[in-house]
Design a binder for this molecule. Structure first.
Ligand SMILES: Nc1ncnc2c1ncn2[C@@H]1O[C@H](COP(=O)(O)OP(=O)(O)OP(=O)(O)O)[C@@H](O)[C@H]1O
Length: 473
């Protein structure tokens, strides 16, 4: 079996030699070129598992090669060597389609990690074993034109290390898209860690992201890894990234730029190999304008933007989405289907909560449905005018009666004032109880969470969900 072949393009003899030696020691065959012209000649003759090019070459920029390789249909991973401190070059190269970059002076460990990652991409055996190549069922449902375009982008982006910023309304599928990118990448065998940046108390953030050494602070009884270590070799998704406090943004930028993290209480930094995907339903550029988000971190995270369209802009997918969800929601051996006009009714709804709301609507409707067949009356769509269902007593009183005909006008309204929407009612109750607990504890969320027997994070999450804000001042 022949060794994978790598093309090194660099006019600096010392660096070229260092790269060559390192790659040969990794068991690779290496060709070297000093100019773009030589590189093109090699590329015309051979297929490479990886191309590694310097940015500045005597007859042009390495970037040109990145673009040419990207435009060819070979999809060879190409990485650039960038000058020290030249974050701009790295970002520009990644935007142009580079697989990854290493900065000068080249740290050999970083180089090896990058090369191995590239080789996993080109190795046919590795691909055959990966869930992606096995044609693994994608959880991302949808055949509309926008979804097909999104799938194409996912496939392409899965082959690079470029940071991706996913935007889209709440519940539109941002996390699912991030998971899909990870699952289709050479990192699929390593962890995917999703972190809700808004749900971590500020005081714990550094420890959560970077970990800590034993004894680093009171309560640090054992050494602990942070998210970066946990995601090593894989993907770290920073969800609701706009919620990061400014102080943490600085530390995160450093970690992303240096690809190194220092645990609290540690003296040395440790290398981490993590692909960053960020997501937010806010307008991050606007957060930069208002000073809530650092421009430099924005620039680093936003190398590639991916936008997930809201469900109301891809209603063509409603049918397949519903089928996929019902198949999952129906218990084993049970059926779950839509009755007449249900799909049409769903089509008229705007789904402010997007796919997550659709899931919730179906789950709830299925709980009300007879024999697993959801009727229009089983749907409860916020603010939508949906035909009323017969009063529950009518159904309960005649359980044997098959599908009662349309509600007769004389069915009396329930005397005990049933809520018109159970979820809305429960939200209201939940809000009142949380507010009472917060009032009792002068808005000390830790204590309030304890009073309610839930974790701090759960409370914070519920507060966000119900839009409960701490009073000013
Ligand atoms: N295209 C899709 N096919 C199947 N399920 C989907 C699709 N899009 C979203 N979902 C489902 O909808 C739910 C919400 O998706 P997800 O958590 O990815 O959204 P999000 O945009 O990250 O939400 P948030 O902004 O609240 O973090 C999940 O249960 C997910 O599995």
């Amino acid at each position: 079996m022949t060794s994978p072949r790598v093309l090194v393009v660099d006019d600096e003899a010392d660096l070229r030699e260092l790269l060559e030696i390192t790659l040969v020691r990794m068991g690779l065959d290496v060709d070297s070129a000093e100019t773009l012209r030589e590189a093109r000649a090699f590329l015309a003759q051979n297929d490479y598992a990886l191309i590694l090019t310097d940015m500045r070459l005597p007859d042009g920029l390495g970037l040109e090669l990145v673009q040419e390789v990207g435009a060819s249909n070979k999809s060879t991973p190409i990485a650039v060597v960038t000058a020290y401190g030249s974050a701009d070059n790295a970002v520009v190269a990644l935007k142009a389609g580079a697989f990854d970059y290493v900065s000068k002076p080249v740290v050999l460990d970083d180089l090896r990690v990058m090369v191995q990652s590239a080789l996993r991409l080109s190795a046919p055996s590795a691909q055959a074993g990966s869930p992606a190549a096995a044609g693994s069922a994608s959880r991302l449902i949808g055949e509309s034109a926008v979804m097909q375009a999104l799938r194409g982008q996912i496939e392409r982006l899965a082959r690079s290390m470029a940071p991706i910023a996913i935007t889209g309304e709440s519940g539109s599928g941002k996390e699912l898209v991030a998971r899909e990118i990870h699952a289709r990448s050479s990192r699929a065998g390593k962890p995917f860690i999703a972190v809700n940046c808004g749900a971590i108390p500020e005081a714990l953030m550094e420890a959560e992201f970077f970990g800590y050494r034993k004894g680093a602070f009171t309560g640090a009884a054992d050494e602990r890894d942070g998210f970066f270590h946990a995601a090593n070799g894989g993907t770290l998704m920073l969800d609701e990234v706009a919620d990061l406090p400014l102080a943490m943004q600085v530390k995160l930028l450093r970690a992303i730029q240096e690809r190194r993290v220092r645990k609290i209480g540690a003296t040395a930094e440790e290398p981490v190999d993590v692909r960053i995907i960020s997501a937010t339903h806010q307008n991050l550029a606007h957060c930069v304008e208002t000073g809530k988000f650092r421009q430099d971190l924005f620039y680093r995270l936003n190398v590639i933007e991916l936008s997930v369209p809201p469900l109301r802009e891809r209603l063509d997918d409603l049918g397949v989405l519903v089928n996929g969800m019902l198949a999952r929601l129906a218990g084993p051996g049970q059926q779950a289907a839509l009755g007449p006009q249900v799909l049409e009714t769903l089509r008229t709804y705007s789904f402010p909560g997007n796919v997550r709301e659709l899931e919730n609507v179906l789950e709830r409707a299925l709980a009300f449905a007879n024999d697993g067949v959801i009727e229009v009356g089983d749907l409860s769509l916020k603010g939508a005018r949906v035909a009323e269902r017969p009063a529950p007593e009518a159904a309960a009183a005649a359980p044997a009666a098959p599908a009662a005909p349309a509600a007769p006008a004389q069915v009396a309204a329930a005397p005990a004032e049933l809520p018109s929407s159970l979820p809305d009612y429960l939200e209201q109750v939940e809000r009142e109880i949380i507010l009472r607990a917060l009032a009792q504890t002068q808005f000390n969320r830790t204590q309030a969470a304890m009073l309610l027997g839930i974790s701090f994070r759960q409370l914070r999450y519920q507060m966000q969900k119900l839009d409960i804000q701490e009073p000013e001042g």
